[in-house]
Design a binder for this molecule. Structure first.
Ligand code: SF4
Length: 210
């Protein structure tokens, strides 16, 4: 095993200890493929599943694998067209909510931003279980670094992907905007889960999302 991979795994194990002190459950997968297998093994048959817009999930091929499995009720926002409110309410009652995270600290806290708020709302409350995928590229030393990572590393490619008219889409760094297209309306730190093992965090030893 190479030294970088060894260091990532050791770092992930130390973060998992911190995650578990925060009443959440942590896992480590060395590869995207292992992560996809773990997620599929966690989702029980005949359950309802949905997800927030997440590059990490797509890069692991999870939506396709769930569709191939065919024994779950996938609540797919793409099928709701202009009935988004209906989708949000259904998603809120799902058995499983899958998402990436914008950052995770060495101390096991999550930080996420959201333009609309439905993704962070589902992380906080609603779905029975939340499964969070976090590539090791999302690991930061503390909340301050998480904030800077999100504003300058995660938001620019996200706003470009979403075709938003924001300073970060134009310059590649945060302009602390109040633009109608701003995707940083809600900034949420998940410090601890009240419900034990509602939130499951899978650290992946590869780069996932941005
Ligand atoms: S506050 Fe505005 S400019 Fe800054 S990262 Fe968010 S959307 Fe981009």
């Amino acid at each position: 095993m190479d030294f970088l991979a060894q260091a990532k795994e050791k770092q992930a194990k130390s973060i998992i200890e911190k995650i578990e002190k925060r009443n959440m459950r942590g896992y480590y997968c060395a590869t995207k493929e292992e992560c996809a297998s773990l997620v599929l093994s966690m989702i029980k048959e005949n359950s309802s599943v949905t997800w927030g817009g997440s590059m990490s999930l797509k890069e692991c091929g999870i939506p396709e694998k769930l569709a191939q499995r065919g024994d779950c009720c996938v609540i797919d926002r793409a099928e709701y067209g202009d009935r988004m409110q209906e989708y949000y309410i259904k998603a809120f009652t799902a058995d499983y909510y899958l998402m990436g995270t914008n950052a995770i600290t060495l101390d096991g806290e999550l930080m996420n931003i959201d333009g609309n708020g439905n993704r962070v709302a589902s992380l906080i409350f609603g779905p029975e279980k939340v499964i969070v995928l976090a590539g090791m590229n999302k690991v930061v030393s503390d909340i301050n670094e998480a904030y800077m990572r999100i504003r300058n590393m995660a938001s620019p490619p996200n706003t470009i992907k979403l075709e938003k008219n924001t300073p970060c889409a134009a310059t590649g760094k945060c302009g602390d905007c109040m633009s109608p297209d701003c995707i940083c309306n809600q900034i949420v730190v998940t410090r601890r889960s009240r419900e034990k093992e509602r939130i499951h965090i899978i650290l992946v030893g590869e780069s996932l999302g941005f």
